[in-house]
Design a binder for this molecule. Structure first.
Ligand code: ARG
Length: 284
């Protein structure tokens, strides 16, 4: 078990008490870039599958060493993006809202997630009517759902999620195609609070930036370079923040708020346009 570091929080965020999490991941056995549905996916850049698998295994093992449990989906050769398990559903309060993908290349993934959740049977499952890419565009604070739209998930999915989960949904407009999912532009650092996030303002419309400033006056604001390293595509258990190692300038602000950043190298997965969070679905 990884223990909290000795440094003293300077800020009430990032208390060293963190909660054990349950994650769902999918090994990148068949991860390739065979189509391009976001600006990161370059068909001329080959993926080193063995390196992808080694980096992914490091992430899974890190979670386990922190005391979290990780379940695994069976990889499918015809679904190379299945490694981005965060997109398959939103699981919250024992309810599962399945994904409905925006691009035909990924349609089949919704069923893989649905079958997995139904077989496990520890919650109610609902198929989505409107396009939503799971935790790619939905994230959770203590009281709210934050929801991105503009590239993948439909604004109508926000209504659907609010009705299904009974939580207020705050819609955020994404405007930069490099940050096509909310989880590439914003990360909730402590889901037991409503005020602990980091985000890259440039990914959002002017109105959504104003909403974020109003809701999160103490947020860590990322620079473009950290956003481009997919530094916001991070996973926090309320204390440890696992993030891509190239996002160097986020480390100090995280430590100053009492969090323990843990950088990790997922460079091969970046070729698909994803990193730590994309590979990690949380079963809440
Ligand atoms: N290649 C995938 C896509 O474009 C990457 C998904 C990344 N996942 C995420 N949660 N942002 O759909």
């Amino acid at each position: 078990m990884h223990t909290a570091s000795a440094h003293r929080p300077l800020h009430p965020q990032g208390a060293s008490v963190y909660t054990a999490r349950r994650y769902l991941m999918c090994p990148p056995e068949h991860f390739r870039v065979t189509y391009s549905i976001n600006p990161w996916m370059d068909l001329t850049k080959p993926v080193d599958s063995r390196l992808a698998m080694a980096q992914w295994s490091d992430l899974r093992d890190l979670y386990r060493s922190l005391g979290h449990s990780v379940a695994e989906l069976e990889p499918r050769p015809e679904l190379p993006d299945l490694v981005f398990a965060a997109n398959g559903a939103l699981v919250l309060d024992g309810r599962v809202l399945g994904a409905r993908f925006a691009h035909p290349e990924r349609f089949g993934e919704a069923r893989v997630h649905e079958d997995w959740h139904r077989a496990r049977g520890d919650g109610e499952f609902q198929r989505a009517q409107h396009t939503n890419e799971g935790e790619g565009d939905f994230t959770v604070t203590a009281s709210w759902l934050l929801a991105g739209h503009g590239f993948r998930s439909s604004p109508l999915a926000q209504q659907e999620a609010q009705e299904y989960f009974g939580r207020p949904v705050i819609g955020l407009d994404l405007v930069d195609p490099r940050f096509y999912h909310l989880d590439t532009a914003l990360c909730v650092l402590d889901d037991r609070r409503d005020d602990a996030v980091m985000y890259y303002p440039g990914a959002f419309s002017a109105g959504s930036r104003a909403v974020l400033a109003r809701l999160f006056p103490d947020a860590i604001l990322a620079e473009e370079a950290d956003a481009l390293a997919l530094g916001l595509n991070a996973v926090s258990d309320g204390h440890h923040v696992v993030l891509p190692q190239a996002a160097q300038s986020l480390l100090e602000p995280l430590r100053a708020r009492g969090y323990e950043p843990i950088p990790i190298d997922l460079s091969e997965l970046l070729k698909g346009g994803g990193s730590v969070k994309c590979c990690t679905a949380e079963l809440r």
